[in-house]
Design a protein around this ligand. Structure first.
Ligand SMILES: CC(C)(COP(=O)(O)OP(=O)(O)OC[C@H]1O[C@@H](n2cnc3c(N)ncnc32)[C@H](O)[C@@H]1OP(=O)(O)O)[C@@H](O)C(=O)NCCC(=O)NCCS
Length: 326
């Protein structure tokens, strides 16, 4: 039995927050933010909109595009660092409740910006071991709730949103996820963290931006080189390279080092900012809705985030094309 990616969907909140919003509130400029990050806008959830609500919207689209119903889903995995509740219940349980699943296993995973790739690898393992058939994986974040809007070095980077995908069992090897590799290094935990709230510290994201930047570039490049070599693949075997969207400069340096052509790269950071675990599925959905991500295409994902964690995946997209799915 193989695991196949049967669909992608996403949800973005209505509010578009442009760089002027930050200029009006702190010592920064549109020029600095644009040049150093490439970000022009991010989407911000409203007060009553929880991470689970965004996850539900993305999930409904992913389930419908996979040609399934809620009753077909036998596992829900939500990757998030901004869950509705601290520790419990998991956001995956709440998404299941809001979707109307019955007695379905549901859990969150915490792997920061690598969360979607981690979730994909867990889904693959559950399917290949014949334990589950149709798994809903979600990356959903309300990062605006854990961003310190007095810290000009981090706050302009992050946005809210959600992406979701259905991973199903198949006998067709051509539709199978080819490979996934995930790693971590807790020695570098202090580069990017939210403080220990058990000690009463504030919940806001703290980042050593410059150091993180350099390690992100090296790690993302090395990880892609490893997975490509392991699978005897070259750049021309890849239709789309979809990296985690943290900063345009990181994407540019990584894309250039790996020698991908412009048409192979999917870049959405300019309009959504960094949405952590939601960034890769949101970028995949953008490519899908623009008819760039099509059935049979070979896709390379590459993620990096707090933990530190990192991971990459190569798969053939096994969902229907957008034009056949309206
Ligand atoms: C955060 C980030 C955009 C900062 O860019 P940078 O080029 O590294 O900038 P630095 O931190 O070296 O700061 C350069 C200067 O700009 C200043 N600066 C920082 N934020 C600023 C802002 N919003 N507006 C204006 N100036 C700012 C700094 O104070 C510093 O001033 P100094 O030289 O007088 O000390 C960048 O480091 C980054 O994107 N890091 C990694 C992000 C990432 O990958 N995160 C998560 C991985 S998932």
């Amino acid at each position: 039995m193989y695991a196949a990616i049967k669909s992608i969907g996403s949800y973005v909140p209505n509010e578009k927050r442009n760089n002027q919003w930050f200029v009006d509130r702190m010592d920064t400029s549109d020029d600095w933010i644009t040049k150093r990050t490439g970000i022009s806008t991010r989407r911000i959830a409203n007060k009553d909109e929880q991470t689970s609500d965004m996850g539900v919207q993305a999930s409904k689209i992913a389930i419908q595009r996979a040609g399934l119903t809620i009753d077909d889903i036998d596992l829900i995995i939500c990757a998030t660092i901004s869950p509705d509740y601290y520790c419990m219940p998991s956001t995956a349980c709440i998404i299941g409740q809001k979707l109307g699943t019955k007695d379905v296993m549901a859990m969150d995973i915490s792997a920061a910006c690598t969360g979607f790739v981690y979730a994909l690898s867990i889904a693959k393992a559950f399917i290949e071991s014949n334990m589950k058939k149709n798994i809903l994986i979600i990356g959903a974040e309300k990062l605006s709730s854990i961003v310190d809007y007095t810290d000009r070095t981090t706050c302009m980077l992050f946005g809210d949103g959600a992406g979701a995908s259905i991973i199903s069992a198949t006998n067709d090897k051509n539709e199978a996820i080819i490979d996934i590799q995930c790693s971590s290094d807790g020695n570098l935990k202090d580069l990017l963290l939210t403080p220990n709230i058990l000690n009463g510290e504030k919940q806001f994201i703290q980042m050593k931006g410059n150091e993180t930047f350099k390690i992100a570039v090296k790690t993302l490049v090395r990880d892609v080189q490893d997975i490509m070599k392991k699978n005897s693949m070259k750049n021309t075997d890849i239709d789309l390279f979809i990296p985690h969207q943290a900063n345009y400069r990181i994407l540019k340096v990584v894309g250039d080092a790996l020698k991908f052509e412009e048409k192979q790269k999917i870049i959405t950071v300019q309009k959504y900012g960094n949405t952590s675990s939601a960034s890769i599925p949101m970028a995949m959905n953008d490519a899908y809705e623009n008819n760039k991500l099509k059935y049979g295409d070979t896709i390379l994902l590459d993620a990096f985030g707090g933990g530190l964690t990192w991971g990459s995946a190569i798969f053939r997209f096994a969902g229907k094309n957008i034009n056949d799915n309206k």
